[in-house]
Design a protein around this ligand. Structure first.
Ligand SMILES: NC(=O)c1ccc[n+]([C@@H]2O[C@H](COP(=O)([O-])OP(=O)(O)OC[C@H]3O[C@@H](n4cnc5c(N)ncnc54)[C@H](O)[C@@H]3O)[C@@H](O)[C@H]2O)c1
Ligand SMILES: O=C(O)CC[C@@H](O)C(=O)O
Length: 392
């Protein structure tokens, strides 16, 4: 029986991928094999030594101590792209709410009283206060052209916006998906200096903290809009507030409000709602549950943020052993020597590396004894060793 600790609500459709006869799922288990979560902040949590995998039902992993888990040889999985459409739609909503003054106009409409004729008169005289502008022909800068950024860029282009994108690390796959109408910005300054609006879609990293700065906001067109549905901290909120006061910015659309942002008339704050659709919650939970299950049962690695991709169909007539270790010379040599000493034949072997970490899946003819597993654990640089008996 595998034990799964859930730290947030995970869509039932995802949990159904973990059959009850093999999986015990609980929000208070003490010695879990894996943890599944959404935005729960794990940094201050004591993570039990029994944890072999962490599954983030979403994209961002800044709430998880990924480096600490890497040092323990524990993979962290996420669900790339699974909530991207939901975020894209909320970005478009944010831009439209901002440009068409939808929120204050609705508040005004709520105040109207009287009979139909009186309401109609008030509507026609009041609407001049909420005249907006159109997105068509305006320039949007999209920073980060990953799963969400490319969808936002393509959708904004389809609405008739001019779109400029910036992502020095764009993947070849994502570059193929970008509409040919999207212009490439050569630098962030190049992007900011052309834009009526920008939308950020980068992870929160040291390199992206404060990326939307006072200096860059000053380069934008007057009355510009900043949209941040990525993470708090990517925009310098003080600089944004000062720019709202001066009129340099007309609106700030933010999914991560702080006390100083709340109730500012030009801040359009959502309560971290980007991925909150039934569809996105289900997509994320299903994707991550499948990945965690494949890892626990077969040692397969798909969509990990700290481990290399590693999928090996089951072979051999005995045990499967998986080993995470420092990516240094002669690891496979030392592992093979221990297996040979234990008189075990290697039927199949996959060895992959990613940065400073390497991961090996070995299928054996025969069953490995605990003493040989302990010898593997004793190799300098080995971070974790798992024994996955033959599947019934
Ligand atoms: N509000 C929400 O509910 C919500 C939902 C999903 C994701 N997010 C946030 O959005 C972020 C992006 O999500 P995604 O699914 O598009 O991720 P992704 O990994 O598909 O894309 C991120 C992109 O950012 C690029 N990038 C990284 N550093 C950069 C830099 N310094 N400058 C420019 N580009 C850079 C990468 O190359 C990549 O293409 C997540 O990390 C998460 O923080 C928020
Ligand atoms: O789980 C959520 O509701 C938010 C997820 C989102 O922030 C993400 O990074 O995918």
């Amino acid at each position: 029986m595998y034990k799964i600790l859930t730290l947030n609500n995970i869509s039932v459709k995802g949990l159904e991928r973990l059959p009850r006869e093999k999986y015990e799922i609980s929000s208070d288990t003490s010695s879990p094999d894996a943890v599944m979560l959404r935005s729960f902040k794990m940094h201050d949590m004591e993570i039990p030594e029994t944890v072999k995998a962490i599954g983030r039902a979403g994209a961002g992993v800044n709430n998880i101590p990924v480096d600490k888990m890497t040092k323990r040889g524990v993979p962290v999985f996420n669900a790339p792209g699974a909530n991207a459409n939901a975020v894209k739609e909320l970005v478009l909503a944010g831009l439209l709410i901002a440009t068409r003054n939808i929120y204050p106009a609705m508040k005004f409409a709520e105040t109207l009283e009287g009979n139909d004729a009186e309401v109609s008169t008030a509507v026609e005289s009041g609407k001049k206060n909420y005249v907006g502008s159109e997105l068509h022909s305006k320039t949007l800068g999209v920073i980060g052209l990953g799963a969400i950024g490319i969808r936002v860029a393509n959708a904004a282009s389809a609405l008739g916006m001019k779109v400029v994108g910036y992502d020095p690390l764009i993947s070849v796959e994502n570059a193929w998906k970008l509409s040919r109408n999207i212009q490439q910005a050569m630098s962030l300054d190049h992007l900011f200096s052309q834009c009526d609006a920008i939308s950020v879609h980068v992870p929160l990293l040291d390199a992206t903290k404060g990326l939307v700065s006072k200096e860059r906001i000053a380069m934008m067109n007057d009355g510009a809009i900043v949209v941040n549905l990525a993470r708090g901290g990517i925009c310098d909120d003080d600089a944004v507030l000062a720019a709202l006061e001066s009129g340099k910015l007309s609106s700030y659309v933010i999914d991560f409000p702080t006390s100083k942002l709340l109730r500012h008339p030009n801040v359009i704050a959502f309560p971290h709602l980007g991925a909150s659709t039934g569809e996105a919650e289900e997509n994320c939970a299903v994707m991550v549950a499948d990945q965690v299950r494949d890892f626990l049962e077969d040692g397969s690695i798909r969509n990990s943020v700290n481990f290399p991709e590693a999928v090996l169909p089951r072979g051999g007539s005995g045990s499967r052993v998986t080993i995470a270790n420092a990516n240094v010379p002669n690891m496979v040599g030392q592992i093979s020597a221990i297996l040979a000493k234990a008189n075990l034949n290697i039927a199949d072997l996959l060895n992959k590396s990613r940065g400073e970490l390497a991961y090996t899946i070995i299928d054996l003819d025969g069953t490995i004894e605990e003493s040989a597993l302990n010898d593997l654990r004793g190799i300098e640089g080995v971070l974790s060793v798992r024994h996955l008996p033959l599947k019934k």
